[in-house]
Design a protein. Sequence first.
Length: 841
Amino acid sequence: QTATTEDDVLTNKDAFEESFVKHVETTLARNMYNCDNLAAYQATSNTIRDALLIDWANTQQKQTIQDGKRVYYLSLEFLMGRAMDNALINLKSRDNTKKSLTELGFNLEDVLEQEPDAALGNGGLGRLAACFVDSLSSKNYSGWGYGLNYQYGIFKQKIVDGYQIETPDYWLKYSNPWEIMRSEIQIPVDFYGYVYEDHDPNTGKAKKIWAGGERVLAVAADFPIPGFNTDNTNNLRLWNAKPTEEFDFTKFNAGDYQQSVGAQQRAESITSVLYPNDNFESGKELRLKQQYFWVAASLHDIVRRFKKNHKNNWKKFPDQIAIQLNDTHPTLAIVELQRILVDLEDLEWNEAWNIVTKVFAYTNHTVMSEALEKWPVDLLGRLLPRHLEIIYDINFFFLKEVERKFPDDRDLLGKVSVIEENAPKSVKMAFLAIVGSHKVNGVAELHSELIKTTIFKDFVKVFGEDKFTNVTNGITPRRWLRQANPELAALIAEKLNDPNYEYLTNLGRLKKLEEFVNDDEFLKRWDIVKFNNKVRLAALVKETTGVVLDPTVLFDVQVKRIHEYKRQQLNIFAVIYRYLKIKELLSQGVSVDEIKEKYYIPKASIFGGKAAPGYYMAKTIIHLINKVGDIVNNDPEIGDLLKVVFIPDYNVSKAEIITPGSDLSNHISTAGTEASGTSNMKFALNGGLIIGTVDGANVEITREIGEENIFLFGNLAESVEDLRHKHIYEGVHIPQTLAQVFSAIESGIFGNPDEYKALIDGIKYHGDYYLVSDDFELFLAAHVKLEKVFGHHGGDASDTDHLHKWVKSAVLSVANMGFFSSDRCIDEYAEDIWNIEPLNQ
Ligand code: 26V
């Protein structure tokens, strides 16, 4: 490849500085004398972006020429976090940029801090999509993401008097250098209207016409996705909703100019805000509008690109295109493609349906019924009248086929129908997604087995086992090791003799670390890295909560969305129990040193995570955690024996600090409820140990790293149903230990007990659905065990006991985490589901 000035900025100091100054003076219209960190961030990102755009254009050209199959990943959420550090790492430009900025009088770390997170997602599902696009580029696949360019990402969380307060995340306050506005790519999307039948003037055939209604424009914004150690740069296309220039003449003539303009303006509301619910379906019209807007724009874009090369050679469509549905949110894409082929391209129904089902595949991310999407027929039919007809036709032909195959099983038809007949009559999106896809996958082994035996079992009967498969989730080691934990990444590169960090795209090579587990010098260095990361985390805690943590104590972390099934309440109840016991020992005259030696090692419980704004129980849990923190942290007797903090506004960039700084992380969902979890992988890859239930990907993590290196506890998924049943018919048994915790809360030491009534009553009197009572003492026992292994000298490199037990386990974990790279995951999708191969570079 010829060197261009744009490429030079990545590796040459003078070229960087020249471009930087040019951007300050022209792009930003400022000068070097009033260039603050924000301007430096903008000038730096514009400089790096210029280089990235060259790779991006070359890649698109190469991919067009090779004309191979491409995958499109449809996701309503891409939780990207910050782009600049990631671009610097993937483009191998971090050192040059750091040096150049220093010469210009800036500090790279401070400059990086200026970038707002692109927080266009709720949690695991959105972050998975972000890891996937990184792997698609890094492994040289041709793969695009399609989503929405929300003006407001997930809300910002403030904690006021211990309560969560939501404020808007207007992340585009300054122009976003990482987005390329494609104002020329405008796709009209229609809503409402009516359907009538007409006759084709040429063939005389009957034809459905969808007419009238409202029109909105979808305008593309592109985000180049750089790969690591490759020029391959894919595209993430996020749509903006804009008004059309068409005008409502009836209103205009009626003299209602204001109202007519108002209606136009409302177009933009479609992409204004991300829905902040995670695992709860609320059925709002605007949400359905978002889904169709996004799906229609993406499909028309995909079809337009196909036609440029292949005209109307529709048979080739499934050889050129694979579309992955991230959950059921884009299920209307199935209906839309069928509509395009039948209504607009005049294909026969069966020929079209054959193509559709070859193109789509669907990933399920939850078994919990509250989260399964259902759209009322009334609402869907009003917004998308032609689509509702097509859904009925799809269901009709599907049920006819089921009837033919299982003539004696009348019940089966009702069980697999896409239409739920109960009031309100509605469309079950997961069922529609299954019927319209050639593969359905879960996201961890246990989860993929569970969906086959519970929510989708009737479909296994209809379609056979082979349609249902597993692809265990993964994470990108570029962001979650190299970027988040540069010191550990460097130590590993040194031990693997890999100065170019090639292990980051060959994560199986971590295995070699096993050779060093008995090398005390190495274990000490490893422990110092962990200590330094704990110091960094302690600084974040100090800055955001005011609480000072001693970095030698056990950092016990639980950060994730707040949800009853994830059981932050189990964790905080155990913390309260610990506090009560420590107080009891102190009152008996036992000294602090003796407590540390014989009973409880010093520890800090660190929480973080957002609750959906309307989720009362989750907000109650946040409040309890904060109140416990207030009491414990200000109890002069307790000192460093116990601290409890809640880090506000947990997000991707905070996760990059919290993850490497944890000794122990909690993945303690009720067995069978957490589809996979991906933060478990992030913590284990960063040398933290896990306390967890036998759930989601914990199962496979245990298999890979060895059960002696993880602290598992709790009832198994297979017992959950019986236990729930028992709770209802025989009552819930509250163990003594938990009863003491409840009494303490009810006594008012953590504020007005009425505030926690629903939380406690849910366990005592309403069936304890998440099995807190059953797992509480098992959780305490797991702690006793793990704290013995930790000792009480985390971060003290002279404590050989800690090194030989805890640190050794951490090294063995990291050494065996290679499987959980999202690169492996993408390879599995490519091979088993998409049938695509990496591009020749
Ligand atoms: C569901 C809904 C329901 C309608 C309202 C808006 C909304 C937004 C997101 C979702 C997705 C819920 C499912 C989900 O996030 N699952 C998580 O997926 C992760 C990636 O596979 C997995 O690691 C987590 O275990 C799983 O909870």
